[in-house]
Design a protein around this ligand. Structure first.
Ligand SMILES: [Zn+2]
Length: 407
């Protein structure tokens, strides 16, 4: 019995309403040009998603998803999410304080990820490149700041730990401390199945004290007492559904539904998840999820790797927060270096990453950012391949108004 037949069987043999598709094939066939992106952005589907997003925002019904940039991890419902992606979900918090604090969002989810098929009892689960790089750093005595590459600098300065539980709880607690009385959940997604595991949640009380609930006893989280044999001795620790707040349970239930549909629609879904090979690196200032702006092009899990620029407005002009700018450029080193190195072997990660989309509220700003990126030596290696393309665009309020190739 194959995966989809098993699903059908589990449903009591009911007829599926989904046509079977191949995720691997569709990911390879995605077309990306300035024209195709514009058309996608102006489609009825995209307009409806954005209208729903605005309604959810007006009702204070958004969830902020602070996630890893990894192409395989995804937010469940773009119509009620704002997304802040960074490598290992560990980018600087300050440039996005306004987004975390916005009272039109009711919940913040700090979302790490891991890969269950390679999990071993008693060991920190792998699957996130940023955390793996952190582990290598620690082994090498934290590297040499004089000689390190841009991504190593990002990891040394920003990624707190190689462990998924510690990273998630640390980040959730850090964000909770900076936001007033908002629930901040630490969630890890198994990117082989899309399933969410709630590892903990935190909330700042009116007195300023922090209330935190964790699937792991706190004494195991102190630096010298960290013990993966105990934390993962019986599997991935998580908090059971009946013990989590309602608003978080709703997110989990929506995710159950979405991944169930993904498995029915794409019998090869799990098979495509062992490596990430997105068509596009997206660097953007927009907090509206990519799937509300380009639902056809980037609707599938695995289709894009994303890094966010934090923005500032000065006299009505949009600029990128300088701290966020250097951090985002350093993060781009990771997918771009892998893409240039693996270009000739399409079975390797990022080997198909042939597009970079730089999308901000001002085409001149997008052009400036593209030029700044192009000065990086690792970027010049990537640009040596003539089929690699950079698209710069202008999107305001989710509506794309200009898009062109960087020539
Ligand atoms: Zn990751």
């Amino acid at each position: 019995m194959n995966e989809s037949e098993r699903m059908r069987h589990a449903e009591g043999g009911s007829r599926r309403s989904f046509e079977e598709r191949s995720l691997a094939l569709e990911l390879e066939q995605i077309e990306i040009t300035p024209e195709s992106l514009y058309e996608d952005n102006q489609s009825e589907k995209a307009r409806n998603l954005r209208a729903e997003w605005r309604e959810n925002r007006a009702r204070g019904n958004l969830a902020v998803i602070d996630k890893c940039s990894d192409a395989r991890s995804f937010e469940t419902s773009p119509e009620n999410s704002t997304v802040i992606p960074s490598i290992a979900a560990s980018g600087p918090i300050e440039p996005f304080t306004r987004v975390y604090e916005d009272n039109r969002s009711k919940l913040i989810i700090e979302m790490s990820h891991f890969y269950i098929p390679s999990f071993e009892f008693g060991k920190n689960p792998g699957g996130c490149g940023g955390r793996t790089a952190k582990a290598a750093h620690i082994q090498n005595g934290n590297g040499d700041p004089e000689k390190e590459g841009d991504i190593d600098k990002f990891i040394r300065e920003n990624v707190p730990h190689s462990d998924v539980v510690i990273n998630s709880l640390y980040r959730a607690s850090l964000i909770a401390e900076k936001t007033d009385e908002k629930l901040v959940a630490a969630v890890a997604q198994d990117h082989s199945s899309g399933a969410y595991y709630v590892i903990g949640f935190s909330e700042k009380l009116p007195s300023g004290a922090l209330k935190s609930v964790s699937a792991v006893p706190s004494h195991l989280l102190f630096e010298n007492l960290y013990d993966p044999k105990t934390i993962y001795g019986e599997g991935i620790p998580y908090i059971h559904r009946q013990e989590i707040p309602d608003e978080l349970r709703e997110v989990l239930e929506a995710n159950d539904k979405r991944v169930h549909e993904l498995f029915l629609e794409f019998p090869d879904y799990a098979k495509t998840q062992s490596i990430q090979n997105p068509s596009t690196l997206i660097m953007s200032t927009s907090i509206k999820p990519v799937r509300t702006r380009f639902p056809q092009t980037f609707g599938l899990p695995g289709s894009f790797f994303e890094i966010r620029f934090g923005r500032k407005k000065i006299d009505d002009n949009e600029i990128v927060d300088p701290k966020s700018l250097s951090s985002a450029l350093n993060q781009a080193h990771y997918p771009i270096e892998h893409s240039a190195r693996n270009h000739d072997d399409k079975s390797k990660d990022f080997s198909r990453t042939g597009n970079i989309l730089i999308d901000t509220g001002d085409i001149d700003l997008s052009l400036d950012l593209a030029c700044e990126l192009s000065e990086k030596p690792w970027m010049q290696e990537w640009m040596k391949h003539p089929e690699h393309k950079i698209i710069v665009s202008q999107t305001r309020g989710g509506e794309m108004t200009k898009a062109q190739y960087l020539t």
